[in-house]
Design a binder for this molecule. Structure first.
Ligand code: ADP
Ligand code: MG
Length: 333
């Protein structure tokens, strides 16, 4: 291989909006036989929409859907996760002024959820928004315990939520509520107020139109597509079916650190693995893969960890970049 030939290949790549870290990357594109795809933001648009907010009757203490959304939105305003973006947009829509309350002490757990302390309306010009209202005749929770109207609010998945609850665990009845929402095909997450479960927010994502044709192309190129996601199995299976990934190649509920472990496991099994992702959470797996590919529409952290970055947001460009790299090697051999 001549360096000149390789650079010509990468030059053509940059014309197509494909950034290749270095000439040595091209060789890896030839040997890969497995392509691991992150779901949210990679196979799907990641432009989620809130489809429902469900206060849990027994535990909600009078926080109705609108208030739960506002509380969750206030905390999620400090997160860049696609789930956060969707909840904030919905909260602003529901709020009369488009204004959402202030939050202090924000913390987040990657692939888990977020927590913060929400201050009440007296500071935000929305006095009373956090006052509880009765739901179906249940008496609202007494808020007088909240000096200055401070509310501890957590939003996230089950295992994260368990760490945020006073009881340290979800009840069987609560788990059943989330399962029901997930079985309806939604990405469902918990909202807890002051250490107790208050409700569920359901969100829906959209599969990119370009994903199914691109995955068909991967298969033609001899690459086995695998779907890897932190989201629930019901949603992951539906997305996989829509884009032509077989059910046994779906790995759902995978935490960020376990995404790396999954890539390593495939490599130990003799596979040469390309990983495609866009999120901060995907970065370690992108680095571990034999070939890391970042979506240009994703985060800086993902791009820094990757060998190849495709501009824009289409998996079609990923297929094109692998094809182009292979062709370049063919020419210069
Ligand atoms: P994916 O692999 O689909 O990109 P992540 O690993 O980023 O998903 O997140 C996995 C899960 O963690 C989400 O489906 C959600 O349940 C939870 N989660 C992560 N970040 C947040 C957040 N900011 N707010 C609420 N839930 C979150
Ligand atoms: Mg993602």
């Amino acid at each position: 291989a001549t360096p000149v030939g390789l650079l010509a290949g990468t030059g053509r790549a940059s014309q197509l909006g494909i950034l290749i870290r270095g000439p040595e990357v091209l060789e890896d594109t030839r040997t890969v036989d497995t392509i691991v795809l992150d779901k949210t933001g990679t196979v799907t648009t990641g432009d989620l929409a809130v489809t429902s907010v469900t206060p849990l009757q027994e535990q909600s203490h009078g926080y109705d859907a609108g208030r739960l959304l506002l509380l969750a939105g206030a905390v999620e305003a400090h997160s860049e996760h696609p789930i956060a973006t969707a909840i904030v947009a919905a909260a602003r829509e529901r709020s009369d002024s488009g204004h959402i309350p202030e939050v202090t002490g924000f913390t987040s757990a990657a692939g888990g959820g977020v927590h913060g302390t929400v201050t009440d309306g007296s500071q935000t010009g929305h006095r009373g928004w956090s006052d509880p209202v009765p739901i179906d005749g249940q008496s609202p929770r007494d808020l007088t315990t909240h000096e200055g109207g401070l509310l501890s609010v957590a939003v996230g998945r089950s295992d994260y939520m368990a760490t945020q609850l006073d009881s340290g665990a979800l009840t069987a009845a609560e788990k059943q509520q989330l399962t029901a929402a997930e079985e309806a095909g939604a990405t469902a997450i918990w909202v807890a107020v002051d250490g107790q479960i208050a409700g569920i927010i359901s969100l829906q994502d959209t599969v990119k139109e370009s994903s199914a044709p691109a995955i068909a192309r991967f298969k033609e190129m001899g690459l086995r597509p695998i779907l890897l996601t932190g989201d629930n199995a019901a949603v992951a299976t539906q997305v996989a079916a829509a884009v032509g990934i077989s059910e046994e190649d779906v790995f759902a509920g995978v935490r960020p650190e376990d995404k790396v472990a999954k890539v390593t496991e495939l490599q130990r099994g003799g596979r040469v693995v390309a990983m495609v992702g866009d999120g901060v959470n995907d970065a370690p797996a992108l680095a571990q893969a034999d070939l890391g590919i970042a979506m240009g529409s994703g985060t800086d952290v993902a791009r820094e960890a990757a060998d190849i970055t495709v501009m824009g947001s289409s998996l079609g460009q990923v297929a094109q970049s692998v094809q182009l790299s292979r062709k370049t090697l063919g020419i210069i051999k």
